[in-house]
Design a protein around this ligand. Structure first.
Ligand code: NAP
Length: 246
């Protein structure tokens, strides 16, 4: 059977890297994308290709149109076409709103939503001519509920949810499903770089399951949404949050 291809933005580390591992283990051709963490991306590439996966790692700053175009072109040239797009690249910002600068606003929106739009705009026509595809956008629990001191980050993640719902309607008749995963608290650099171990322990008190998640919890959801088992699921926001928001 012909291998399917997945492209995961921001997959040098964290949730994106774990999604890459899961898709590689399940027989997909994998396009890893890195921005600043080239070494980590190359180590991941080595790890999954040694286990038999077909994979490439491509530099792209998701905020830059020419980089996004090159990422798409390189993936297409290497593997023919993209069957699954995971828009995962993202950055966070924890600040009171009156301390946020317009440069920080642009940086968050360009990374978290403009990159998603530019990537999707390229992939959709290809999916249409190939008879379908799956788009999975990574939002956040804060896009659903709003997070104090994370107004800008929450706004970008809310935008991802609206973008997903609109696209799902636009392409429902074209066999392209579009869904969002809204993770709760996942154990990656994004959390560890802003919170001490004590703070992470305190966060657990707000999670009914009383634990933060390994990135594999998000990766298995992505793999499910990409599979034929999820063919009738579109426009949905799937919470992976241990009951933190129900
Ligand atoms: P992370 O560990 O900080 O990793 C972020 C990834 O995004 C890295 O691979 C990074 O690449 C990439 N990235 C950042 N800016 C980029 C750019 N301009 N162009 C291309 N790639 C870029 O974060 P994470 O926790 O895995 O988060 C992944 C996604 O899940 C994000 O969208 C985040 O908002 C969302 N999320 C995370 C949590 C959580 O608790 N961790 C919760 C809810 C939602 P380089 O290192 O190569 O620059």
């Amino acid at each position: 059977m012909k291998r399917k291809t997945v492209l995961i933005t921001g997959s040098s580390r964290g949730i994106g890297a774990e999604i890459a591992r899961h898709f590689a283990e399940n027989g997909y051709n994998v396009v890893i994308n890195y921005f600043q963490s080239k070494d980590k991306a190359m180590a991941l590439l080595e790890e999954i290709t040694q286990k038999g996966a077909n994979a490439i790692a491509v530099y792209a700053d998701i905020r830059q149109e020419k980089d996004v175009q090159n990422l798409f072109d390189t993936a297409t040239k290497t593997f023919g076409h993209i069957d699954v797009l995971v828009n995962n690249a993202g950055i966070a910002l924890t600040k009171l709103v009156f301390d946020c600068t317009t440069e920080e606003f642009d940086n968050l929106f360009f990374t978290n939503i403009k990159g998603n739009f530019m990537m999707t705009r390229l992939v959709v026509p290809q999916m249409l001519s190939n008879g379908g595809g799956k788009i999975i956008n990574i939002s956040s629990i804060w896009g659903q509920t709003g997070g104090a001191m994370e107004a800008l980050y929450s706004s970008t993640k809310g935008a991802i949810i609206s973008f997903t719902k609109a696209l799902a309607k636009e392409y429902a008749l074209s066999n392209i499903t579009v869904n969002t995963i809204a993770p709760g608290v996942i154990d990656t650099d994004m959390i560890r770089s802003v919170h001490t171990d004590e703070e992470v322990e305190m966060v657990k008190e707000f999670i009914p399951m009383n634990k933060i998640a390994h990135p594999k919890e998000v990766a298995t959801m992505a793999l499910f949404l990409a599979s034929d088992k999820a063919n009738y699921i579109t426009g949905q926001v799937l919470g992976v949050n241990g009951g933190m928001y129900i």
